[in-house]
Design a protein around this ligand. Sequence first.
Ligand SMILES: [Fe+2]
Ligand SMILES: [Fe+2]
Length: 316
Amino acid sequence: MSGTTVVRREAGSEVLAYDYRDTLLASEKVNWNLDDIIGGDKKLDFSKRFMPESLARVDELPFLNADEKRILNQIRGNAYLSIFVIVEEFIVPFVLDHVRPELDTDDYRIRAYLHFVEEEVKHIQLFKRFCEEFRAGFPIECKVIGPAAEIGKAVLAHNPTSVALAILMIEWMTQDHYVGSVKDDSDLDPQFKSMLKNHWLEEAQHAKLDTMMVESLIANSTDEQISEAIDGFLAIGGFLDAGLKQQTEFDLEAFETAVGRELSTEERERFLTTQLQANRWTYIGSGMVHPRFRQMLDRLGIDARNRIEEVAPVFA
Ligand SMILES: [Fe+2]
Ligand SMILES: [Fe+2]
């Protein structure tokens, strides 16, 4: 595949298509509400870990005792909630902008996308409710990156195909997050686990709709345009990665305050390296290597797939 005049339909694998009506009906079947998940007697249990170890990687820090590992795991859980508020807040306007210009097309298409948006706003409320519960039960205030509006503005300034690919990666990675919590054999907090499960149930439909968004954005794109979209996707990845580095530093600060002891220089270094890598896997790597995301990369062509496979180990 070479040259800049080749259009997409001549390269890569077949068009990835889902049915808008089926997707809408599947999401209507799931349809939970906030009070089913959190509030009332459904409280976070701070005697348990919140995040699956596959994402938290606190057991890789041998100089922490069991209580300290649990506390760090919970700090990571709080950051997870806040980071998902940030990403969902830029997904909402992006999907609305995608659907707005073609309101006179397939009614199921419009309903499926509007339902997608409605669910993301519900997820923002869900994560915020969990954040409130966390603040009420955790002994100290934990810093998180932001503000969400500024991060969203920077992401949305990129080429729409780049943004749609970043969102697709995020949607697929939530599938891996729930699977991780199921596989985890430690006794995770049931509320946090339920949040991951219920998010997973609705994100499964979002990932399909986002696949269709990417498909419509790349229709008739040239190799050069696809390559530019990958440039933008990698730039968004780099930008998010800088945010994760900052979050890891905040988590170290929160951890030392919460446990009331300072780590040694070597321990701090090990903490920052291990936890940055855990954050990279949680928010970027687990999506980048998801088989369905890779299917989209195949669709974009060998060059796109190679470029992303080249950077994927950084986020492993
Ligand atoms: Fe969501
Ligand atoms: Fe979503």
